[in-house]
Write a protein that binds this ligand. Structure first.
Ligand code: 5RP
Length: 230
């Protein structure tokens, strides 16, 4: 089964946990896309839910699928969030932000009772940061100084989009993609998450520690699920 099919079966499986009346956090990315299509079909068939999108991109897709949307101001508690990840390591620690939505994704995660992560098998690793560079959202003002400070934690980082045309997030910020592989990955994710967020200029980083309740992995031989504390 190819990667696209693995994403689809994982995402569709996650939608089985949606119940009528739920407030559902809608993640961002090409895997969650399949969940949005499925949720759209369920809504057309009469499922009564509201979704809270994690990005402007997801908002557009969800609207096109006819999914009723709300905001965290109206619905501060989310029953279930379905989101993707760029890397899943031991203890279900995650790297997120490949789609530049990490700030809103972490805010939504924080407000969620239950979080399901959907990935294909290429996303799984032993040590976080060995499979994917860590995205760190920073404010544009003085970004070079912030990059210098961030680089003390990793081998090196690059400004997403390049200096001539940096990518600008939904929040008006830049992203640094930080390569932790020269330092053996992120062996103490909780510490690194906090330390990076403590640097002036850093808005948030893509390390998600102890947040996923379940990771649903689409593999070449079907679906494999990993539960928190299992
Ligand atoms: C966006 C994210 C995505 O969930 C992550 O990048 C996975 O995306 P995809 O399913 O396209 O691989 O964190 O900020």
């Amino acid at each position: 089964m190819n990667t696209e099919y693995q994403k689809k079966i994982a995402a569709e499986k996650a939608t089985n946990e949606i119940r009528p009346g739920m407030v559902v956090g809608l993640g961002t990315g090409s895997t969650v896309y399949y969940a949005l299509l499925k949720i759209g079909t369920l809504v057309k068939d009469g499922l009564d839910i509201v979704g809270i999108p994690t990005s402007e991109g997801t908002e557009k897709i969800a609207t096109a699928q006819g999914i009723p949307l709300s905001t965290l101001s109206t619905h501060p508690k989310i029953d279930l969030t379905i989101d993707g990840a760029d890397e899943v390591a031991l203890r279900l620690n995650l790297i997120k932000g490949g789609g530049a939505a990490l700030v809103r994704e972490k805010i939504i995660a924080n407000a969620s009772q239950r979080i399901l992560i959907v990935v294909d098998e290429s996303k799984c690793s032993q040590v976080l940061g060995t499979n994917f560079p860590l995205p760190v959202e920073i404010i544009p003002f003085g970004w070079e100084a912030t990059q210098k400070a961030v680089n003390q934690f990793c081998g090196s980082s690059t400004l997403r989009g390049g200096e001539e045309q940096p990518l600008v997030t939904d929040n008006g910020n830049y992203i640094l993609d930080c390569d932790f592989s020269p330092v053996g990955g992120i062996t103490e994710p909780a510490k690194v998450e906090m330390a990076l967020n403590n640097l002036p200029g850093v808005v948030e980083n893509g390390i998600f520690v102890n947040r996923a309740d379940k990771v649903i992995v689409g593999t070449a031989s079907g679906i494999r699920s990993m539960e928190k504390d299992s």
